[in-house]
Design a protein. Structure first.
Length: 194
């Protein structure tokens, strides 16, 4: 395989969990995901993890989950808002829960390939709407905003301090950009499946 060949996108295997976790640790912070979060995606109907590999080395991943309206608060932690009310009308919701690419592999189309593969898989598993909470750092950069827009997902609301809600670390999320507690925001993106 040469560097011009596209990455191989497929479902994560047990032997690749540590590699995917290392990318998560470096790109999303030391306390955002655990190896167990990856393990829980294996052999289940309501979650999966897609990885990108080049020359057998994991270069990126995306964890996706499928849930119903009864789990919106647990999965999305949205404030009371129109977007939450709209999502409550769907019996099957898919979320691109975490997407990360190794620093040295960014800019090679891996994120786009992962998001595309995940959207196809979520659609095949019967989701009626796909959403993502994109990370907007304190400098105003939305990490995967342009990739989500390319996939037809539109931004709606922004939630400040969002990432601190998903960790049990004292003092809040250990953000790779702004430290602890994280001062970054989340932006909700969504797309109806036709």
């Amino acid at each position: 395989m040469n560097n011009n060949e596209p990455p191989i996108i497929r479902i994560l295997s047990v032997s690749e969990i540590h590699s995917a976790f290392t990318i998560a640790y470096n790109e999303l912070g030391s306390d955002y995901l655990t190896e167990n979060d990856f393990l829980e995606t294996l052999d289940t109907d309501d979650s999966f993890c897609m990885i990108s590999t080049r020359k057998g080395i994991v270069s990126g991943f995306s964890i996706c989950k499928i849930f119903g309206p009864d789990k919106i608060d647990e999965m999305l932690a949205l404030p009371d808002c129109d977007e939450k009310n709209i999502l409550m009308n769907f019996d099957t919701i898919g979320i691109l829960d975490s997407v990360a690419v190794a620093q040295e592999m960014k800019g090679k189309g891996i994120g786009s390939e992962l998001i595309d593969a995940c959207c196809r898989e979520l659609t095949a598993r019967g989701t009626k709407i796909i959403c993502a909470m994109a990370w907007k750092d304190i400098k105003g950069n939305v990490n995967i905003g342009s990739l989500l827009k390319k996939m037809g997902m539109l931004p709606s609301i922004e939630i400040t301090g969002y990432w601190n809600r998903f960790v049990t670390s004292p003092g809040g999320h250990d953000c790779p950009v702004c430290g602890r507690p994280c001062k970054c925001s989340a932006v909700l993106y969504q797309r109806l499946i036709k």
